[in-house]
Write a protein that binds this ligand. Sequence first.
Ligand code: SF4
Length: 730
Amino acid sequence: MKADKVVRSTCPYCGVGCQVLLNVRDDTIFRIEAPFDAAPNYGRLCVKGRFGADYVHHADRLQVPLIRKTPPAPGHRTPSRYPDDWREATWAEALDVAATGLGRIRQTYGPDAITANACAKATNEDNYLHQKLMRAVIGTNNVDHCARLCHAGSVTGLQLAIGSSAMSNSIAEMKDLECFVVTGSNTTETHPVISTFLKQAVTRNGAKLIVIDPRHTEMAGFATLWLRQKPGTDVAVLNAMAHVIVKEKLVNDDFIGQRTEGFSDYVESLEDKTPEWAEQISGVPADDIRQAARLYGQAHRAAFYWGMGISQSTHGTDNALSLTNLALMTGHVGKPGTGLNPLRGQNNVQGCSDSGGLPNVYTAYQKVTDPDTRHRFEHYYYSQDASRRLPDTPGLTVTEMVDGILTGQVKGWWVMGENPMMSEPNLRHAQEAIEQLEFFVAQDIFFNETNVYADVLLPAAAFAEKDGTFTNSDRRVQRIRRAVSPTGQARADWEIICDLAKRLEKELGLTTAGWDYRHPSEIWEEMRQLTPDFGGIDYARLEREGGVHWPCPSFDHPGTPYLFEEEFPSGRGKFYTVDYGTDSELPDADYPFILSTGRVLYHWHGGTMTRPSALNAIWPEATVELHPNDAARLGLKTGDWVDLSSRRGTITARLLVTGRSPEGTVFIPFHFAEAAANILTDNRIDQRAKIPDYKVCGVKIERAAEIPLDRAGADIPLEDRGAIKDMVSA
Ligand code: SF4
């Protein structure tokens, strides 16, 4: 079929930020290709990027603004049914209801009684205006987003040690790596195109790959060395690697002397962290730990790549600090082919954080507590009233928002494009909180498990229906472009926010902070003027160059593919002593298995976009992954329906018997609402990063009491699904 037009944009799924060519005919995307001459993917796409964008045209997209017929009273907020509980409204009506409701909460309880979720799938410009509304109009820093739930451990650890939490090196360097460690990342399923470059480094460049992971991921099949630690024992393994590097004099004395501090205290702390000590804790043979330390320590260039397996933990900060210690002691940072590289999950989770969607910082991590920074933003926003002030104390994190509702501190919630009722740990806890809200505004492209609780629902445009920018995992700012008309009356998030802000300012009797943008390029221009690190990036340059890595302080600056060549943002890199310990809920006699959660290739996060796409036919249901020895002991086989229970609830799904997970560990994907993994997970958190532990809690498995035969695809034998066949035999 011949396209009416082909529009270059950026994939809406993961943080690789692949460039796509949307082939459009009759206002419909009918084919997606990739440009062969464009970074970061150079013609490569995974199944989600190539076939997963049909959700844009799905019949279930939200078409018109909706207002709840009977506003729920606090304590009695229940999920709505469509269409019975809703009435269609005009945009003016719906925005008036939203502004009146939020305004009333602010007037009655104060600005900090309102919290908001920014959106890692929305554009930088959408998220910048979202935080601007919360800070400049409502008057609170209560803004956060799902980065808290995926990489807060990495962010906190890296900020402590080196003062920057972004991925340090670029995707373009991956194919030429000499030695690299992948830990806590099922890269082939979570960042598929990155995994192709990493595999290329091994197969064509002879790179040494060390995988540290309890699961036998596909990357483990390419590894020189695979360390299979018990879940939650990462710190012990990493400390022991550091011990070996010190004892065998593989440290980089020049780098330590010139670029770091605190090494001698740190070295003392390693004295008893022998590989034998770590073997007892982690189950990894001491000799394998020695070999891994030598491979990493002896390499001229070596890099760390990690994912949520490291950060989503009660000791996520410690994990990131342990990796940073290793990079600092060997000098494997600040050069091409090295670095500390947390692989960011959502398409724009890096950009959402960069745009100020966090409770303690404005754009590019400028602190809200810094008076000079704050005054600069006040001067810009409050040009019509110099007496107005921005809030100066950090706001609530996502996990604290939920607890804040339960304690009565939070009364109103504005959720833009996120689905906390799938992503929060211990969903019953989150549900109890949401029921207590006095007012709830949601903005989204579909109904989801969260926005069914809202008072007013604002239909948003999808990625292919609007203009803007995303920032991928390696800090590359790239364009998305409108290719098709918005569904029904859906509008771009930035347009919705501008109209909501104007109404709120009227409601609250405030002078305007400036909301008359005609195009996202004007919003980016405001961000650029307020953000030294974005100073050299504008839409004209993105048009010419395709993408630019920030920091990029001026138009004659080339951008920064790799960071820390001369120094760290904090000056010297700091070593931190990290002791092994655990706050996780460990297995016991009642709940004898460890539960770990994650993704499958064909789905994305809470499934809001992939489940209404063609991809759902390939993997339509949740599966409970169990080791063959455990299955044999329980008398279970692949395809059996099982109840999986923790202290917080039970889900029912079919069993997938595979050696991918170690004995004693169960793995389930978190994409499926009908068997939501977070019904089971625990809401205890890393105290510094406030990130929950999604990777370790105690569960038990029993043959299902009842078989849910009404589930989609439940009539097809599990082992007959093509995508599952390989895993059964793994
Ligand atoms: Fe999209 Fe990520 Fe797949 Fe690239 S690797 S096509 S960005 S989902």
